[in-house]
Design a protein around this ligand. Structure first.
Ligand code: DX5
Ligand code: ZN
Length: 218
């Protein structure tokens, strides 16, 4: 089952709840909340208050992608606000075992993410302990960037590692995922697609974007 995870970074924040509900009605299976601290990435985006505001508006799982230098500082507040899962970057937590165990100990799901310049083999020691491996398909910081062309090869390699170590681990991609690159990413082995611009800036609206992406990836 391929999951569509609209990234609210690209949503109209003057009517965020309404837009999230539109994607939910169209069949999106989770909401992707892109958190940026202006240090790990040059942009500053949103905090736990956004998760708190969204929580009563949608039944979808809220997954928080922490593009921040100190994820351990923020995880408790996001979980308290209602996040169902948190994803943090291996670049800033090279020994993630304790943080993975902490999130699991709170009965929440945990994912690891790597940027496009980190070999996917870096995931290998941790795949048995995580629910999701996020292979970034852009250098994080801003929506609307182009899908990095080398990504399908990375996704294929990561899929092979997941099949060997933990087939239940999800393989998520994030950045430049549109109706064309989504098909390429799924063919390479991705099963969770984060899409911001291609959903919330779609000419026919977010619901049509989600329906079309689901039709294309099956
Ligand atoms: C990192 C962010 C973005 C966002 C998706 O910059 O994680 O990748 O989710 O952005 P789009 O789908 O607009 O490329
Ligand atoms: Zn993200």
């Amino acid at each position: 089952m391929i999951h569509i995870a609209p990234s609210i970074l690209a949503a109209d924040f003057s009517r965020l709840g309404e837009q999230v509900r539109e994607t939910e009605a169209a069949g999106a299976q989770r909401v992707h909340v892109d958190v940026m601290d202006g240090h790990f990435v040059p942009n500053l985006s949103m905090g736990p208050v956004v998760v708190e505001g969204l929580r009563p508006r949608t039944a979808l799982p809220l997954e928080v992608h922490l593009m921040v230098e100190a994820p351990a500082r923020f995880i408790p507040a996001f979980l308290k606000a209602g996040a169902d899962s948190v994803i943090f970057h291996l670049e800033v937590v090279p020994q993630p075992g304790a943080l993975i165990a902490d999130v699991r100990g709170r009965n929440k799901k945990v994912g690891l993410a790597i940027n496009p310049d980190m070999p996917v083999e870096a995931f290998e020691p941790f795949l048995g302990d995580i629910d999701l491996a996020l292979c970034m398909t852009v250098f994080p910081g801003f929506g609307g960037q182009a899908f990095i062309a080398e990504s399908p090869e990375r996704i294929r390699r990561l899929r092979a590692l997941i099949e060997r170590h933990n087939p239940a681990c999800e393989l998520e991609v994030d950045g430049g995922i549109d109706h064309d690159t989504a098909v390429a990413a799924v063919r390479a082995g991705a099963n969770v697609l984060v899409a911001g611009t291609s959903v919330f800036k779609y000419p026919q609206g977010p619901a049509a974007a989600v329906r079309e992406m689901k039709r294309l990836v099956g």
